[in-house]
Ligand binder design. Structure first.
Ligand code: C2E
Ligand code: CA
Ligand code: CA
Length: 396
């Protein structure tokens, strides 16, 4: 057994292996939302040994799994204590290394441990790194599903540190995406880096994933993350990882009296835009983004609109034919003429800003309803393509 492994085994027996807790805050209200448990070896001479001094070796020798379970149990004890003392508690995430993906009955084992302390499962989050997921890609989906079925949340750690693709993250049924701090280099002053971050957050938000930015140190980073609609912040700007007693105090004081910030003042532009979008989606059950130049479209929103369902993306000319087929017989022709692609391109050339038409459309219940279709022309920022945004609204 290597020296490091021996030291850590010994530290576990003596209770010198501890969990430090780093809080995670709501990016807008700065309220305490959750925390991450991070291993520390607190030697009897008071020296605190960081995980990087022992975790890589434990991983190499395959001994990391027992440390993870040990830390997880330390976390359960802390949560139990907070409940017993009547204090506030927030969910805590625990790091699990890739070895656990191969552990049979991981979810069951976790459930048994958490149940031993009579804790609600939503107080525990399982963190697994993006690289571990990629390395275990054939097992990972079932592993995550089993954990979530047992009522725990799953976080993808170190997202963006380089190994996985966006498409992989889409297939992983995780709850939380933790954005690696390497993506926050400097003060987010490089435009290309900002674009990458904006895209990652927009993508995560649209997939319904909770987002946490790690390693946030500066005011500039924080402000930028707010505009990206990043939900939670973990980093030195708010708090460093701290020992248990300090964390318990923080939970007691912090969650008790924090008053809600004025939402309009606190509101970041990007999340304001998202709210605006949700209102627009409510008002218009059908919204189509079309590139007339390229004869393509996709549905931005499509809700129980007509009796016949329509492909969510495809060829624009076919979309208009499909649209016409759902109209009242007397409206079919005018619809097809008004929204024919060549005609719209000509309208755009003629300087028109929009094209609108009211038709009768067949609903799910077999009844015709008046529907207003408005095509707004917008200029593509990146090409000379002619784009339309179509908003459809019931007029009955
Ligand atoms: P991690 O999971 O990515 O944890 C976040 C690391 O970033 C922590 O380092 C934390 O102290 C550090 N950090 C947080 N905010 C800031 C910031 O604003 N600036 C900077 N520069 N750093 C920040 P820590 O505690 O040294 O842990 C290092 C790594 O060790 C963790 O990275 C995790 O991969 C691993 N680790 C820690 N505890 C455990 C454990 O119980 N099990 C396993 N398997 N791995 C663990
Ligand atoms: Ca982590
Ligand atoms: Ca991380």
């Amino acid at each position: 057994m290597s020296e490091v492994v021996e030291h850590i085994r010994d530290a576990m027996i003596k209770g010198e292996l501890k969990a430090f807790y780093q809080p995670q805050y709501d990016s807008i209200t700065s309220r305490l939302k959750s925390a991450e448990a991070l291993a520390r070896w607190v030697r009897n001479d008071g020296i605190v040994v960081p995980p990087m001094a022992f975790i890589p070796e434990l991983e190499r020798t395959g001994n990391i799994a027992e440390v993870d379970w040990y830390i997880c149990e330390v976390v359960c004890r802390l949560l139990k204590r907070q409940i017993a003392e009547g204090g506030k508690q927030v969910p805590i995430s625990v790091n699990f290394s890739r070895f656990h993906v191969r552990e049979s009955n991981f979810a069951l084992k976790l459930s048994e441990l958490v149940d031993k302390y009579e804790l609600s499962h939503d107080l525990l989050e399982v963190e697994i790194t993006e690289s571990a997921m990629v390395n275990e890609s054939d097992r990972i989906l079932d592993w995550i599903k089993s954990i979530r079925n047992a009522g725990f949340s799953v976080a993808i750690d170190d997202f963006g540190s380089g190994l996985s693709s966006l498409s992989f993250a889409k297939d992983v049924p995780a709850d939380i995406l933790k954005i690696d701090r390497s993506l926050l280099s400097g003060n987010c002053e490089n435009e290309k880096e900002r674009i990458v971050l904006e895209c990652i957050f927009s993508y995560a938000n649209r997939l319904g994933l909770m987002t946490v930015a790690e390693g946030v140190e500066t005011r500039e980073q924080l402000e930028f993350l707010r505009t990206c609609d990043c939900k939670k912040i973990q980093g030195y700007i708010f708090a460093k990882p701290m020992p248990e007693e300090e964390y318990i105090e923080l939970c007691k004081t912090h969650t008790k009296i924090e008053k809600t910030a004025d939402i309009l003042q606190a509101q970041a532009p990007a999340s304001a835009v998202n709210m605006l979008m949700s209102v627009i989606f409510k008002k218009y059950p059908l919204i189509i983004f079309a590139n007339l130049t390229r004869n393509s479209f996709y549905m931005m929103a499509y809700e129980n609109f007509t009796s016949t369902s329509c492909p969510s993306t495809g060829v624009f000319d076919e979309l208009i034919m499909h649209g016409a087929s759902t109209m009242h017989p007397e409206d079919k022709e005018i619809f097809a003429q008004t929204f024919a692609r060549e005609k719209l391109l000509q309208d755009y050339k003629d300087g028109k800003k929009e094209v609108r038409l009211i038709t009768r459309q067949l609903g799910d219940d077999g009844v015709y309803r008046k529907v207003e279709t408005v095509d707004y022309f917008v200029k593509s920022e990146s090409s000379n393509d002619v784009i339309t945004i179509t908003l459809c609204e019931n007029r009955d």
